[in-house]
Design a binder for this molecule. Sequence first.
Ligand SMILES: Nc1ncnc2c1ncn2[C@@H]1O[C@H](COP(=O)(O)OP(=O)(O)OP(=O)(O)O)[C@@H](O)[C@H]1O
Ligand SMILES: [Mg+2]
Length: 308
Amino acid sequence: MSKFAIEVQGLTKSFNGKLAVDQLDLSIPEGIICGFLGPNGSGKTTTIRMICGLLKADAGQGTCLGFDLFKETRNIRKNIGYMTQKFSGYHDLTVRENLSFISRLFSIQNREETIDQTLEKFALTTRQNQLAGYLSGGLKQRLALACCLIHQPKLVLLDEPTASVDPSARRDFWEILYQTAAQGVTILVSTHYMDEANRCQELIYLSNGRVLAQGSQQQILHSSNIFIWNIYSQQIDYAYKILKKIPLIQNISIFDQTLQISSKHPKAGDLTQMILHKEGIFATVTSHPFNLEDAYVHLIAQPKKIYL
Ligand SMILES: Nc1ncnc2c1ncn2[C@@H]1O[C@H](COP(=O)(O)OP(=O)(O)OP(=O)(O)O)[C@@H](O)[C@H]1O
Ligand SMILES: [Mg+2]
C-alpha cells in the first residue's frame, strides 16, 4: 500500500453539465484525522462518494487504500467505513438488528460477540432493543458510527457526522474518533464546525469543487497572510456602513457590540481607526488572533489555490 490512504489526481465530476468536482488533486497520508471543509455545494459529498467507489468520476485517476478508484471498487468498499450525511441506518430495525445486518453484509466472524463488543464500546448496550428511528440525534449518529466501524475498516469517511448532534454528544463522538485513529485508522471527516476542524491534524479547504488549500493547521494559518481587528464602538451600525465601503477591508462581520474586520494589509487597523475618527465615530481598534474560521472565510472569499 502507498503511504497515502487516499491519492487522487484530476478527479472531475459533473451533474447535468454543471461541474461539481473540478480536477481535484488530493493526497491524504495514512493514520491521520483529516478535516474536509467547504461551503454548501462545494463538492465534499461528491468527492467522498467517488473515493468510496460509489460514484464514478468523469475523469481523473487515483487510489484508495492502494486500490484503483475505477477498477477495484469492491476492494475499496470492503476495507472502508462510510458514514453518509443523512442517517443511513434502518429506522424500523432495532439498534442490535442494524448492527447485525451490517455484520452480515461484511461477513463478520463471531457475529454475536462482535455486536456485543460494539454495543459496549459505543455505550449502546442498554439501547440495543430500541428502534433506531426513535433514537435521539446524538445516539443515531453514534449507531451510524458503530455500523461504520464494526468491520474494522482501515479508512473511515465521515460526511458531516455531527450535524444534528448537541455539543456534549459531539465530544463523546470525537472521543471515539480519537480512539479509532489511535489504532492507525485514517479518518476523513467533512464538517462545517470549526471546533471540529481544530481537532484535525490536517485540513483540506474546498470551494467550487477545487482544493483551495491543504495542510496542517499551522500551515493554513501561516499561509493565509491575513490580519484581523476587533472594533468596539457605541455607534456600531454607523461604523459598519462606513467600513463596508472601504476596499482595503476584505471582510466585515458584526458580533454583538463588536465589528470584526479582516485585511491583507498590516496597517489596515490604524487606517480604520483614522477613518472612523474622521467620521466622528469613537472606536477602539484591537488586533485579534487569526483562527481557522478566519482562514476559512478568507480562503472562500478569495478562491485561488494555496500550495503548502
Ligand atoms: N446526484 C446529483 N445530481 C445532481 N446534482 C448533484 C448531485 N449530487 C450533487 N450535486 C450537485 O453537485 C454540487 C456539489 O454537491 P455536494 O453535495 O458534493 O456538495 P457538499 O460540499 O457536500 O455540500 P453540503 O455542505 O451542502 O453537504 C452541488 O451543486 C450539488 O447540487
Ligand atoms: Mg455534503
